[in-house]
Write a protein that binds this ligand. Structure first.
Ligand code: GRF
Length: 191
């Protein structure tokens, strides 16, 4: 049985998708904890409802964040770290310590519309303004550069006439909830 530690900064619907997949035994793993930089978010509520331990951490200064994570990981012993809408940078020491063990979900077809500043609505607005006819979501390994680690898998969705950032985000989010658990399932079975 593999241990997952999830990082989230928002509503946590992707976190919920992982919880649900574990409950349905589609993923053989246990979520040993949630790391967040914000206490009053949906992801924390979801953790509490599911008796998953939560640590709220300051992310600066970076070396303290890294030390706090390393200390916490001694207890939570992650095999995989899942970034499910975590908006802060992961310290390099953590990335080095978990090579090919940290994954992130991003709401575009990377390498398009990734990198610093491309998060949430900014991504979808840019996609619509560029006149793209398709977008989607990507799960990738995390390296030292934002959204530039190797791509593991993607799902495409159409951009429809009249789409707003909100309608496009909702269409993509639905697919994120399929993609992230499916990648975790494969990884936890393989490695
Ligand atoms: C998702 O769109 C994800 O791709 C991005 O942040 C959003 C998180 O949504 N990285 P939620 O908190 O999982 O609902």
């Amino acid at each position: 049985m593999k241990n997952l530690v999830v990082f989230a900064s928002g509503s946590g619907s992707n976190f919920q998708a992982i919880i649900d997949s574990i409950k349905k035994e589609r993923i053989q793993a246990s979520i040993t904890g949630l790391i967040t930089n914000k206490a009053d978010i949906g992801a924390v509520e979801r953790a509490k409802k599911n008796s998953i331990p939560v640590r709220v951490m300051e992310t600066e200064p970076e070396h303290e964040f890294a030390n706090n994570l390393l200390r916490q990981f001694e207890k939570w012993t992650p095999d995989f770290i899942i970034l499910a809408g975590f908006l802060k940078k992961i310290p390099d020491v953590i990335i080095k310590k978990f090579p090919d063990r940290i994954i992130n979900i991003h709401p575009s077809l990377l390498p398009k519309y990734g990198g610093k500043g491309f998060y949430g609505k900014h991504v979808h607005r840019a996609v619509i303004e560029a006149g793209e006819t398709e977008s989607g979501c990507t799960v990738h390994y995390v390296n030292e550069e934002y959204d530039q680690g190797d791509i593991i898998d993607q799902i495409k969705v159409p951009v429809l006439p009249g789409d707003t950032p909100d309608t496009l985000a909702a269409r993509i989010l639905k697919q994120e909830h399929q993609l992230l658990p499916s990648v975790i399932k494969n990884l936890t079975n393989q490695k």
